[in-house]
Design a protein around this ligand. Sequence first.
Ligand code: NAP
Length: 259
Amino acid sequence: MSDRKLALITGASSGIGREIAKLAAADGYDLIVAADEPLVDAAAGLREGGIEVRSVEADLATPAGVEALLAATAGRQIDVLVANAGHGLGHGFLDQSVAEWRHVIDTNIAGTLLLLQPVLKQMVARGEGKVLITGSIAGHLAGSFQAVYNGSKAFIDSFAAAIGNELKDSGVTITCLKPGATDTNFFARAGMLDTKVGQAEKDDPADVAKTGWEAMKDGEHSVVHGLKNKAQVLASGILSEATTAEMHRKQAEPGSADR
Ligand code: NAP
């Protein structure tokens, strides 16, 4: 067995998670990477540095998927956990099927917590470990036409801060990365390519990943990527939810790209 440290990273098939996996590989971590599609190409690219990479295909919206991912560690110590898997869902709430919006909650909230709890118990028992959770600035904004998603990220942003506080004397740190709109598969998968935000220029996932990875190494509680996003979070503390909901409508309403 390798004597390198181990990082377990979810949502590593593309976007922000894939970039975080590259940073972890560059820092010499062995990797267990997970997504709900096979990760063959991503895993091969990461292995170039001579580290061990194990890829796991698992639907992290389900307890069985989370269990399969944990089983892949084969009892090996997890030094870094990056709970990044998640997805959005555009359109009005009344136009979304129950299966669609439940999958957002089951992935972004339930699956994330099912993974975090056992890993955190092990880390706390050892008195060390680092956890990076991908929240979002969306958690600060009432998300018209992405209502369930923004609500899920409000949960994650708040939850990360709360458990970070609960564990403050444990030797384990919790960092919440809060990206703004980032150029990944996110908007296509959420069915939002005909929206203003879907068509807008976005942040580079490599830059976003670096912000999160560095903040995690420094043990910061949370980090918002980019000045514009920091300004949006600040403004959300002053504006009413009705106002941020109206602003969000302009960006996320289906067809808004053409207005
Ligand atoms: P992405 O390119 O679509 O990547 C999402 C990753 O999560 C993929 O690897 C995907 O795997 C995985 N995933 C989604 N649902 C899953 C499930 N049920 N089980 C297992 N894996 C699942 O999008 P991204 O932007 O990098 O998203 C990464 C995180 O950043 C998410 O938590 C997202 O909410 C958050 N975020 C994104 C933005 C943005 O604008 N892009 C902004 C703020 C926060 P498959 O490809 O195999 O499905």
